[in-house]
Design a protein around this ligand. Structure first.
Ligand SMILES: [Zn+2]
Ligand SMILES: [Zn+2]
Length: 286
């Protein structure tokens, strides 16, 4: 847990984890112990087609979780967590049925690793009710795969109307290097299922592989602050030409992007001196 300069509490979590209940290399008990020892405040065990129940482990909040997949007409992996009961889907259910079932049980529906899945933005915008999308998925990167980052793909979908909360997760299988790499910090008053799920749905979430940032819209600017300092900041919008895309030089603690009339969304990424990245949420404009 981090307390920011305004006194807000940000709880650290991993929202996508596999165990021996599907294709993960560690038991649920071992998985919980490993993340507890890494200092995480909450976790969801999201085995493939296996409902992991809610609970608590040595003070760490455990959210219920599951991951569904579909690979008939495009590849879709839908992660659900925070459900109040097992959605009870059978294999063969379509992506929209997965989303509907997760939400019917009070859970958060997440489109997992769209870049790894070679998702199509024109298909993404047809999904109804997706709450979150993974902008970073650790196990989809080096050395296990090669597409951990989905930001460009989600930007294209967003330019055509997709709306989502961004998250990052390890998608842990306990191969080794993916553990503890991609996390979320969630701004909440307390560590409880309702507080964490509510904050995620509001977008009070910071996906990151390291740095801690804050972002806000101020007087026509989208402003990113990184108190610890980072190497550079980049801004992303639906426009091709942006004169103030990059802020770099020395230690960057604040970067500003002037919002222009044609901008429909803005977001930012801050890269630290070890190459780790913090991702802002989307700021949508009319
Ligand atoms: Zn997956
Ligand atoms: Zn997974």
């Amino acid at each position: 847990m981090i307390t920011d300069s305004q006194g807000n509490r940000w709880y650290k979590g991993n929202l996508h984890t596999h165990t021996t209940n599907s294709d993960g290399a560690r038991t649920p008990e071992e998985a919980l112990r490993i993340y507890k020892e890494l200092g995480y405040d909450f976790i969801a065990l999201t085995d493939h087609w296996y409902y992991g129940g809610a609970g608590e482990y040595d003070g760490m909040l455990v959210l219920s979780g599951i991951e569904y997949d579909w690979a008939k007409d495009g590849c879709y992996h839908i992660v659900g967590y925070g459900m109040n009961s097992d959605p009870g889907l059978e294999r063969g259910a379509a992506p929209q049925q997965m989303i509907d079932a997760i939400k019917r049980c009070g859970g958060v529906a997440t489109l997992a690793h769209p870049a790894w899945s070679l998702q199509r933005p024109d298909k993404m915008i047809l999904l109804d009710g997706v709450d979150c999308t993974e902008i970073y998925n650790s196990v989809s990167g080096y050395p296990y795969s090669a597409r951990p980052y989905s930001g460009t793909l989600i930007d294209v979908a967003t330019a055509y109307g997709y709306r989502t909360v961004l998250t990052a997760a390890d998608d842990t299988h306990f191969y080794g290097d993916e553990v503890g790499r991609g996390a979320v910090y969630v701004k909440a008053n307390e560590l409880s299922r309702d507080a964490i799920v509510g904050a995620i749905l509001r977008g009070d979430v910071l996906p990151t592989t390291g740095p801690f940032i804050s972002c806000s819209a101020e007087d026509g600017y989208f402003v990113l602050r990184c108190e610890a300092g980072c190497r550079y900041v980049q801004f992303f919008s639906n426009n091709y030409f942006n004169p103030d895309t990059t802020t770099t030089g020395g230690v960057v603690r604040e970067a500003r992007f002037r919002i222009k009339r044609a901008d429909r969304f803005v977001r930012a990424e801050a890269v630290d001196f070890e190459g780790r990245v913090a991702y802002s949420q989307y700021y949508y404009l009319r």
